[in-house]
Write a protein that binds this ligand. Sequence first.
Ligand SMILES: NC(=O)c1ccc[n+]([C@@H]2O[C@H](COP(=O)([O-])OP(=O)(O)OC[C@H]3O[C@@H](n4cnc5c(N)ncnc54)[C@H](OP(=O)(O)O)[C@@H]3O)[C@@H](O)[C@H]2O)c1
Length: 452
Amino acid sequence: MPHQLRKLAGTPFQVMPGTLPQVLPKSIVMTNGAVCAGSNRCSGFISSTGLRLEAGLIRGWGAEGTRERTYFRNSRSPSNNSIDLHLTHSEAPMKAALLNAFGTPLSIETLPDPVIGTGEVIVDVVATGVASYAHGVFSGARNYLLEPPLVPGAGAIGRVRAVGPDSTRLAVGDWVYCDPTIRARDNAINPDTILQGWTARNPAALSLHRFYHHGSFATQMLVPTENVTAIGDLEERDAGKWCALSQLLVPFGGLLAGELQPGDSVLVNGATGGFGSAGVVAALAMGAAKVVAAGRNQQKLDELARRLGPRVSCVRMTGHVDDTRRICELAEGEIDLALDILPRGASASQVLAGAKALRRGGRLVLMGGVRKTGEDEPALPYDWLMHNEITLRGQWMYPRVAIPQMVSMIRAGLVSLTKFNVTEFALDDANEAVAFAADNAGPLSLVVIKLR
Ligand SMILES: NC(=O)c1ccc[n+]([C@@H]2O[C@H](COP(=O)([O-])OP(=O)(O)OC[C@H]3O[C@@H](n4cnc5c(N)ncnc54)[C@H](OP(=O)(O)O)[C@@H]3O)[C@@H](O)[C@H]2O)c1
């Protein structure tokens, strides 16, 4: 149960009577902005929003207008009824990698700190993933709907720096996942949507993009409250690994949309890519009996099978009609659910080779970046869909509820983050991170910018 300290005008903090746990020391005072506790081992500042106390936990943050901000965490010592405050981190002004214009390198700059409003949270970004195709977004080749100059970057792991007045659960210092999928609040059925720092789904969503403009390649980020999910405590050194959440959630959204059932045989078409391989991990965690991983690169397929175990079997896609038959053989004729997450360059025949492996009554979920025109467009035959009673579903990203579900699967050990190889770069080396991600796309590999 939370306990609050109330800030009075002037210097000292006063404790609201009757609200504090017995073990709180009498020595927490504020003198000229400094927090002193017990032996005065550390000091910092108290914000106008106060110091929040939960059972056994003290968190505070810097006074507005001060450049230096400090988090505190306490450890209780039941024997002497005292609380030690430990400095967990402090930081400099907001630093970011800025995309000034399409086709220009990211420029590392100092930007004004974001200013919090109602319905928002400011997060200290600790780690953020770099997509294999980030270079195509920043060069403009992908034609993403986004308006530079901006700080790019979709999704982050970080710690809450400040919460708006309407937040009921989040507390300063909480470890969180920042979901880039921002849905407009003024249309429940068909909300205009953006990926923060990445793209707007349609021109109508541009006002949202202009407001939540900056993404995660920065030390701080302003995020709508509903896009911030607490993920539980973790060691700062593990924040890079937790960026796998972004990779996992995308295919997880597709597998949820395809209503994966325990015992299903699942095909992942594009399984050697970043999102595809995470899709294999997610399908196994959701109870698939067999996952057929389809890709063109035998070496990457072998690596995937070796790392993910006997429920995974692999098919090297050759581009011939034979591909479908070999998938069916591996699945003993019964693919219940096919997740297509092929990249933009994939051909129509690659898409169809996977789709056609479905059993009668099977479900096909399309999530890939495939964009073709005319004859190159994958044409799913009417007669095949009808006679085979196929359910066809497109899916962009994932519902909000998928986030705590995936976090629970990770916490329960159903999904192991140790399956992912993480390569970390500092923010100063953001351009190198983007180039590295493009050159080293592969199964279960994450490229991460580490901000702290
Ligand atoms: N729907 C959504 O919500 C959503 C969200 C995020 C991303 N996406 C889309 O998901 C797609 C995959 O992203 P990713 O990051 O996983 O990509 P990636 O890491 O670059 O992987 C793509 C993989 O596809 C395989 N591939 C098959 N045919 C290919 C071809 N003709 N040309 C190039 N590669 C080919 C490659 O492996 P092999 O060489 O082994 O075949 C490659 O490793 C992207 O296009 C992206 O737009 C969708």
